[in-house]
Design a binder for this molecule. Structure first.
Ligand code: PEP
Ligand code: MG
Length: 751
């Protein structure tokens, strides 16, 4: 069967049915009759999902009429239930011999051998199933499946708009469909709010057209605009050389020039869909096809295709080819496929409550920024963008990783209670603010906070942190359109020191590269940026960059105490080079009459494992060290910190990293070099406990973690923990995580 005429005929008949008088059920009955006729099937049925996720037969042509509203399939029952659960078409020439077939005598379906079922979906949610059946063992073609899928898409819209339905009383076919997506916590918290898609998805509401010629003209005009946009992007000098952008553009061009893609779009329009609906239909079809491929490259390209189609939809709906500035609701939950730290900072932070993305991990920089902003964030939320429409109510539970979309009133109530419980707990932490962090057996632990924005500084006082253990200076650079000048840098550091009001601030020099790219700093495309030309490697090649920063820091310190820390050192000798540059700046300051700092401490971050084997050379050259456990773990395990797919492959609280950290802590003690841990490990109560058990006495973390970590410390006996860990680490193999959990539980430690 040729797909064009069939779909075109169905669309025409649907339009006729809608223009005739009749109630919802009558229309649904007519629809199944028409579909059966056009598809040359003896049976056509529509099942709709009820609240308990069972499927109720709502209309049929061919099965016994008395089965309508009586036949109910349990969740996942039979081939129809399977189609709904998996959200995929099921095509069975011999359905009855399929092991999943469920026989319902009241329907009389024993007479039919073949079955083709497709899900009726709306916003990524299966709300029902459309089925055709034949007496013969018919093998339905791909065209048949596509026609039925496109029809199901239109039926979904008709159901939701109320144009057709049956006894709708308790059927969930409204726009208020609730959904839960399970992701992974990347920044703790709970947020209730409303969805703002990072790249707003265009919701196509007009699906059928009476004038295919006019629609075709619109489609062609939109394709021409899209073409011009891609050309313009290619010519744009900022993007021309950039590796990743170029890849994306190449992919765009590949799809945009694909004649098959264009043909499918015009065919869908000729079949009676609007240009927008055609884009959505072709996008769905191609996406499904590509996701079936085993080649990961092709699967990855799905995202490019989605972006391209979204852009085409924006052009068609007159929303231009640029993202329109959005008016943020006061309780914004940002929804995105992916987001970089700088993009997140583009939003008005006073209105942000939560973030949900389809990728990301706890150690990614966007997670760190989310944490610094105090917003709840969930990553690895599969297909969240498809499920959410702008303005939807959303709850981000960044305790369990669940994202509730369009939640019920009951759920909102219970989460509101949870939020107030958390607020009470925060209140308790606030009360601990001025309580010294000393364990039950009298071991004092220094707790500092991490910061990167001047706006973080008030948290210093609020959290009771003893100072800033890590100030990420690159954030100012990332926020800036162009390289901040010396005076701007000096001003920024001066403001930070003024806000710190005498508490020490450890300024980390530029850590750019990896996932922190500066738009104005041209870098060559790299295969592996995390291990590439970043941080100290970059500044050693461009000493002027480093010297300008040190000059600004010296001026900002204005004769006071100054702590400078260099990231991503890989050899002890790099420290000599960096010290040399600092000395030059000291000499420059002296020559120009600037006051020299009363104390100048220069320290190194331990993030690259090679340094662990060069400590006798490194430690005498530094005034302090700070362990960047995020990077150290990623390199120790060769596991990309931004890739959550590998995050589960290793456990930070296990023998290898703990032994590495123990020997590092001991060595630093031996050389009397102060050591702090400033990676994410320090801010998690259980891993902070483990670090104390290894002998670490200084931790730096997000301000929001100070309270929970202090509560843990106040309930801890460090001596007993140290013995327990020594014993565990002396074994060749042990489940250290379980051992630490067990210790905490038995000793009544507040985690
Ligand atoms: C780290 O690597 O642990 C660290 C603190 O630095 P960043 O997260 O900024 O790379
Ligand atoms: Mg790091």
């Amino acid at each position: 069967m040729a797909s064009e005429p069939a779909l075109r005929v169905i669309m025409r008949r649907l339009r006729e049915i809608l223009s005739e008088p009749g109630d919802g059920q009558a229309r649904l009955n007519k629809i199944v009759r028409q579909i059966a006729g056009v598809m040359v099937a003896e049976v056509c049925s529509i099942y709709l999902r009820r609240r308990d996720r069972s499927l109720e037969l709502f209309a049929t042509e061919g099965l016994k009429p008395e089965a309508v509203h009586n036949t109910r399939l349990n969740r996942g029952e039979g081939l129809v239930g399977r189609c709904a659960e998996l959200g995929i078409p099921i095509n069975e020439p011999d359905a009855q011999s399929h092991p999943a077939f469920s026989y319902r005598p009241e329907t009389g379906e024993e007479a039919y051998h073949s079955l083709l079922a497709v899900p009726i979906q709306r916003s990524g949610q299966v709300i029902g199933v459309l089925v055709i059946q034949n007496h013969t063992a018919r093998q339905y073609s791909e065209d048949d499946t596509e026609v039925l899928q496109a029809t199901a898409m239109v039926i979904a819209e008709l159901l939701v708009s109320g144009a057709v339905s049956g006894t709708e009383a308790d059927i969930e076919i409204s726009k208020s469909l609730t959904a839960v997506i399970k992701g992974e916590v990347i920044a703790d918290g709970i947020a209730l709010g409303h969805a703002v898609p990072h790249e707003p998805r265009v919701v196509v509401s007009t699906l059928m057209s009476d004038d295919p010629a006019a629609e075709l003209a619109r489609l062609e005009a939109a394709l021409a605009t899209l073409h011009a946009w891609i050309d313009e992007m290619f010519e744009h000098d900022r993007l021309a050389a950039a590796g990743e952008h170029r890849d994306v553009l190449e992919a765009y061009r590949m799809f945009e020039r694909d004649r098959g893609w264009q043909r499918r779009l015009s065919e869908a329009v000729q079949d009676g869909l609007t240009a927008e609906a055609a884009v959505e239909r072709v996008q769905n079809g191609t996406r499904a096809h590509m996701l079936r491929q085993s080649d990961p490259y092709i699967r990855e390209r799905v995202r490019d295709l989605d972006d391209l189609s979204d852009r085409l939809l924006r052009i068609l709906t007159g929303r231009g080819d640029r993202q329109a500035p959005v008016e943020l609701p006061p309780d914004t939950i940002l929804i995105a496929r992916t987001m970089g730290p700088a993009e997140l900072l583009d939003y008005d932070r006073t209105r942000l409550r939560g973030l949900v993305i389809e990728d990301g991990s706890r150690q990614s920089h966007v997670a760190i920024v989310a944490k610094a902003l105090g917003i709840a964030a969930v990553g690895q939320a599969r297909r969240i963008v498809e499920h959410v429409t702008a303005g939807d109510a959303v709850i981000v539970d960044a305790e369990t990783g669940e994202v509730h979309i369009r939640p019920s009133a009951d759920l909102v109530k219970s989460y509101s209670d949870k939020v107030s419980f958390r607020a009470k707990r925060q209140e308790r932490y606030r009360k601990l603010r001025n309580v010294p962090a000393v364990t039950r057996d009298g071991v004092a632990i220094r707790l500092s906070m991490n910061a990167g924005l001047i706006a973080d500084m008030p948290h210093l006082e609020e959290s009771g942190a003893e100072g800033i253990g890590l100030f990420r200076t690159e954030i100012q650079f990332m926020l800036s359109e162009k390289m901040p000048r010396l005076t701007q840098q000096t001003e920024a550091y001066r403001a930070v020191l003024a806000e710190a009001a005498g508490k020490p601030v450890v300024f980390r020099t530029l850590d750019i590269g990896g996932d922190k790219m500066l738009p104005y700093l041209r870098a060559l495309p790299e295969e592996n940026p995390a291990m590439g030309w970043r941080a100290t490697r970059m500044v050693l090649d461009r000493p002027a960059l480093f010297r300008a920063q040190v000059r600004a820091l010296l001026r900002a310190a204005n004769g006071g105490c100054l702590h400078i820390m260099v990231p991503m050192l890989s050899t002890a000798s790099e420290m000599d080079e960096l010290r040399g540059l600092v000395d030059k700046e000291l000499a420059h300051a002296r020559r120009h009459g600037y006051p020299l700092p009363s104390t100048l401490n220069v320290g190194a971050m331990i993030e690259v494992p090679s340094l662990l084997f060069e400590l006798d050379a490194l430690l005498p050259k530094v005034d302090f060290v700070s362990v960047g456990s995020n990077d150290l773990l990623q390199f120790l395990y060769a596991a990309d910190r931004t890739n959550a797919q590998v995050a589960h492959r290793y456990e930070p609280l296990s023998i290898a990293p703990m032994r590495a950290l123990r020997s590092l802590i001991r060595k630093a003690d031996e050389y009397s070099v102060p050591l702090t841990v400033c990676g994410e490990m320090a801010g998690n109560a259980l891993s902070a406990m483990a670090l104390i058990g290894l002998g670490c006495r200084s931790l730096s973390m997000a301000a929001s973690s100070i309270g929970p970590v202090k509560a843990m410390i106040l309930s801890l006996d460090a001596g007993r923990l140290q013995e327990r860990m020594e014993e565990a680490l002396s074994r060749p193999e042990t489940d250290l995580y379980a051992c630490l959990q067990g210790f905490a539980e038995k000793s009544g430690i507040e985690l």
